[in-house]
Write a protein that binds this ligand. Structure first.
Ligand code: MEV
Length: 765
C-alpha cells in the first residue's frame, strides 16, 4: 500500500492559445495549484473518468514491468483549483491524470522525476487524458502537469525554457468560466466557412507568438523586454478579437477587455490565458511593485481579484509530505481529548505524537522567561479546533485559542453552513505595510513650508526605496522589499512620510521600524525638518484579506424559522449594524471572537489586529454619504437567487515566520495543523473565522436570541467553577439549563444534590 501522496501542478498559457492547434508554438507555465493523489482508504467517492483512465494505463505499464501488486485508484483532491465554489481554468483534469500516474509510479518505487521515468509518465498521462476527454486538446496542459517548469510546446514536442528574471506574472479572475471545447468547436466551424478570415486571425496570433518569444527572455533591459511583450500581447488580443468576430464566440468578454485596458493604462502587458470567454487573464510586469499596485487598483475600482502569489514554473509531479486536510470531522465535539487529537492527526497527516505539544505546560519556564521580562509564570487558555472550514476549495482545521464558551462551536457550525454553498472565497492584498516618519519644522524655522518639504521628499523617492531595501537584503531575496513612498501634509507644521514595504510572510513590525529609522536622517537632510516618531502604522489597510461566502437558504433554516426567513432576518441585522455604530461595535466584536482566537493560537499580535480592525471599521463610508464613520466589517445581503451573501475585507497583519510563531511550541504546532505556509493564507483563514463567527451570531440573534445556545455552553463553565469534575460537568450543566437559573450559587446547590443522589460518578474526562 502506498502512503505517499503525490501531486501535479495546474498550468496556464502565457501565449499560443488557438495558434498552437495550427502548429504554432505555445508557452505554458506550470502553476503551484496542485492536484494531490492519495490513498483512497475507505473513501466512497466515485472514481472520475480521468482517474479511471490514468489508473488503467499506469496499471498496464507496471504489469508489463512485472509489478502485480497495484493499489486501487487513489482519491484526488483538486481544491486548489477553486476560487470559492468556482473552479478556475488551470488545467485540473491534466493535473489529475498526472498525479494518479505519479502516485502509482511512486508506489512501485519509481521516481517520476528521473528523466526516463518522466518520459514514460508523460506518454501515459497524454494517452489517459486524451482517452478521458475524447481527444482534441493540444496536450500542453498534460506536459506542464508532468514536467513542470516553463515549457515551449509545439507539435506535441516540449522543451523547458528559463523563466526570465525580470518578469513578474499575475492572473486576474475574469469571472464566468470558458467552456474551452465549445469555443474551439465554434471557431473550427467558422474556419470551415470563412477560411480566409480564419487564416488571417491565426496569422495574427502566430505573429504575436513570435514577437512574444523574442521579447520574453532574460535581458539587461527589462523595460525594453516588457515593451516587446506588451506589443506581442496587443497583437494577440487583436487576433483573438478577429477570431471572436468571425466565429461569434464571446472570447473577449467586457470583463476581459476592462482588465486589458486597465493593465495597458499602467504600462503592463495583459491577455486572456486559455480560450478566453472569462476565466483568467495573464498580466505581466517588470516589477513586483507595479504588478501589486495594478492589482490593488483593479480590486478597488472594479472588484476584480489579482492572483499575484501563484508560483509560476512550479515543479512537475512530486511527492508530498502530507495529505490534504479534511476538515469535515463529523461528531468531533463528542470525542474525548485523546480521540480528538487522533482525529486531527489523521485528518492532517501529522504524527499524533506531535500533538503532545498541546499538553499543559507546553511553554516551559525557560522559554517564557526569555520571551518577556519579569516572568513569574504562564497563563493557560483552552485551545480548540474548529471544523468544516473550506477556503478556495481547500480544507482547513482551524486552531482557536479563546476563553469564551460557544465561539468555537458557533464558528464550526457556521462554517458548515458556508460549506453547503461551496465554502469561502478569498483573496489577499499583497502584504504591504506602512513605516511612518513624522517630520516637524526645525526649531529656528519661523515660516515652515510643509509643501516644499513634501516636494523635497518626493524628489528622492528612489533613493529612499533603495535605502529601505538595503536595510533588509534577506527580505528582498525572498521577493519582498520597499514598494512606494507617500508624503502627507497633515498640518502646516507636520509632514508624515510613509514607506510602503512588502513584508512577505512576516508580520513585519521590526523590519518596518528599522526602515523608518534608516530613512529618517536622509529625510531630515533633504527637508531641513526634524524627524520625530519613526514607527510602523498599525492601520494595515494595504494588507487586507477579502473573504466572501454564499449560503443556500435551506442551510440556514432552523430554530423555528424557514431558510428564506433567516436570510431576511440576517440581512436586516446587517442593516442595523450599517446604520448604527452602537450595534456595529458589537457586530464587530463577534467577528473578532473568531479572528482573535486564531491570531492568538498562531502566536500573532492580537493587539495589532484589534487596533487595525477597528481603525479600518472607522473608515467605512457613512450611510448618508457624508464622510466616514465606524461601521460593520462584514455585511450580508440577499442574492438574486435568494441565497445569503456575506463579505468582509479585514486588515490581516499576520505572519508565519518570526516572533512568537517560532518561539511558542503551541503556535508552531497550530500553524502545522493549519498547514499554512504563507502569511496571506493565514490571513484568509483568520478572516474566514471572523466571517463565520459573525454569521453564527447574526443567525442566532435574528432568530431565537443568543442566550439559549450561549447559556447551555456557559453552564459548563459555571459547573466547573462550582467544583464539578469529570462526567459531573455535563450532568450539572444540563441540570442548570433545565433549571433555567445558570448561576454559581445554584450550581453549588445542584452539585450537592447530584452527589447526594449518587449521580456524580466523577471519572476523569
Ligand atoms: C458575543 O461574544 C458576541 C456577540 O455579541 C456578537 C454579536 O452581537 O453580533 C454575540
Amino acid at each position: 500500500m502506498n502512503d505517499i501522496p503525490v501531486s501535479a501542478p495546474g498550468k496556464a498559457f502565457l501565449i499560443g492559445e488557438y495558434a498552437v492547434l495550427e502548429g504554432a508554438p505555445a508557452l505554458v507555465a506550470a502553476l503551484d495549484v496542485r492536484a494531490v493523489a492519495h490513498r483512497a482508504g475507505n473513501s466512497k467517492r466515485p472514481v472520475s473518468a480521468v482517474v479511471r483512465c490514468a489508473h488503467q494505463r499506469v496499471k498496464g505499464y507496471l504489469e508489463a514491468r512485472g509489478e502485480h501488486d497495484i493499489d486501487p485508484p487513489p482519491v484526488v483532491e483538486t481544491g486548489g483549483f477553486t476560487m470559492g465554489a468556482r473552479k478556475l481554468g488551470l488545467g485540473s483534469s491534466a493535473a489529475v491524470a498526472a498525479s494518479v500516474i505519479g502516485y502509482h509510479l511512486t508506489a512501485a518505487g519509481l521516481d517520476p522525476f528521473d528523466p526516463s521515468v518522466r518520459e514514460d509518465a508523460l506518454s501515459l498521462a497524454l494517452a489517459a487524458h486524451a482517452e478521458a476527454q475524447g481527444g482534441g486538446g493540444s496536450g500542453a496542459d498534460v506536459a506542464a502537469a508532468v514536467l513542470g517548469g516553463l515549457l515551449h510546446f509545439q507539435d506535441r514536442k516540449t522543451r523547458s525554457v528559463a523563466m526570465p528574471q525580470w518578469a513578474h506574472i499575475g492572473f486576474v479572475d475574469a469571472g464566468a468560466p470558458a467552456v474551452t471545447s465549445r469555443f474551439v468547436a465554434q471557431v473550427k466551424a467558422a474556419a470551415a466557412e470563412q477560411p480566409g478570415a480564419y487564416a488571417d486571425a491565426i496569422g495574427t496570433l502566430s505573429a504575436a507568438v513570435d514577437q512574444f518569444l523574442t521579447a520574453f527572455r532574460d535581458s539587461p533591459n527589462p523595460a525594453k523586454s516588457l515593451a516587446g511583450v506588451r506589443a506581442a500581447t496587443q497583437t494577440h488580443n487583436e487576433g483573438l478579437r478577429a477570431l471572436a468576430a468571425m466565429s461569434g464566440a464571446p472570447i473577449m468578454t467586457p470583463a476581459i477587455e476592462t482588465i486589458i485596458a486597465e493593465a495597458q493604462a499602467d504600462g503592463l502587458a495583459a491577455k486572456p490565458s486559455g480560450a478566453g470567454g472569462g476565466d483568467l487573464v495573464v498580466v505581466i510586469a517588470d516589477s513586483r511593485a507595479d504588478l501589486d499596485r495594478f492589482g490593488e487598483r483593479l480590486h478597488r475600482e472594479h472588484g476584480m481579484a489579482l492572483l499575484g502569489d501563484l508560483k509560476i514554473a512550479d515543479r512537475g509531479i512530486r511527492a508530498e509530505e502530507r495529505v490534504p486536510t479534511n476538515s469535515r470531522l463529523a461528531g468531533f465535539f463528542k470525542l474525548d481529548i485523546e480521540a480528538r487529537r487522533q482525529a486531527v492527526a489523521e485528518a492532517t497527516g501529522l504524527d499524533v505524537a506531535r500533538l503532545s505539544d498541546l499538553d499543559v505546560g507546553a511553554l516551559d519556564m525557560h522559554r517564557a522567561n526569555h520571551m518577556i521580562e519579569n516572568v513569574v509564570g504562564t497563563l493557560e487558555l483552552p485551545l480548540a479546533i474548529a471544523t468544516n472550514f473550506r477556503i478556495n476549495g481547500r480544507d482547513f482545521l482551524v486552531p482557536m485559542c479563546v476563553e469564551e464558551a460557544s465561539v468555537v462551536a458557533a464558528a464550526s457550525n457556521a462554517a458548515k453552513m458556508i460549506r453547503a454553498g461551496g465554502g469561502f472565497s478569498a483573496h489577499s492584498d499583497p502584504p504591504w505595510m506602512i513605516a511612518q516618519v513624522q517630520l516637524t519644522p526645525a526649531g529656528d524655522d519661523a515660516r515652515p513650508d510643509a509643501n516644499a518639504a513634501a516636494a523635497a521628499v518626493a524628489e528622492i523617492k528612489d533613493a529612499l526605496l533603495g535605502m529601505a531595501d538595503a536595510a533588509h537584503p534577506r527580505l528582498v531575496e525572498r521577493g519582498g522589499g520597499a514598494r512606494d513612498v507617500e508624503v502627507r501634509v497633515v498640518d502646516p507644521a507636520m509632514v508624515v512620510v510613509h514607506i510602503l514595504v512588502d513584508c512577505r510572510d512576516a508580520m513585519g513590525a521590526n523590519l518596518l521600524n528599522t526602515v523608518a529609522e534608516t530613512v529618517a536622517p536622509r529625510l531630515e537632510a533633504v527637508t531641513g525638518w526634524t524627524s520625530g516618531l519613526r514607527i510602523l502604522s498599525n492601520l494595515s489597510d494595504r494588507r487586507c484579506s477579502h473573504i466572501s461566502a454564499r449560503i443556500p437558504p435551506e442551510a440556514l433554516a432552523g430554530k423555528g424559522f424557514s431558510g428564506p426567513e433567516v436570510v431576511e432576518r440576517i440581512v436586516s441585522a446587517s442593516r442595523f449594524a450599517e446604520l448604527d455604530p452602537y450595534r456595529a461595535t458589537t457586530h464587530n466584536k463577534g467577528i473578532m471572537n473568531g479572528v482573535d482566537a486564531v491570531v492568538l493560537a498562531t502566536g500573532n499580535d492580537w493587539r495589532a489586529m484589534e487596533a487595525s480592525a477597528h481603525a479600518f471599521a472607522a473608515t467605512r463610508e457613512s450611510p448618508d454619504g457624508k464622510g466616514c464613520r465606524y461601521g460593520p466589517l462584514a455585511v450580508w445581503r440577499k442574492g438574486e437567487d435568494g441565497w445569503l451573501e456575506g463579505k468582509m475585507s479585514l486588515p490581516t497583519a499576520v505572519g508565519v515566520v518570526g516572533g512568537a510563531t517560532r518561539v511558542h511550541p503551541v503556535a508552531r504546532l497550530a500553524l502545522e495543523i493549519l498547514g499554512c505556509t504563507s502569511g496571506h493564507e493565514l490571513g484568509q483563514v483568520i478572516a474566514a473565522a471572523g466571517l463565520a463567527s459573525n454569521l453564527a451570531a447574526c443567525r442566532a440573534l435574528a432568530t431565537e436570541g443568543i442566550q439559549r445556545g450561549h447559556m447551555s455552553l456557559h453552564a459548563r463553565s459555571i459547573a466547573l467553577g462550582a467544583g464539578a469534575s469529570g462526567a459531573e460537568v455535563e450532568q450539572l450543566a444540563a441540570a442548570l439549563v433545565a433549571d433555567g437559573e445558570i448561576k454559581a450559587e445554584r450550581a453549588c446547590a445542584l452539585l450537592t444534590e447530584l452527589r447526594a443522589a449518587g449521580g456524580g460518578t466523577n471519572p476523569t474526562n
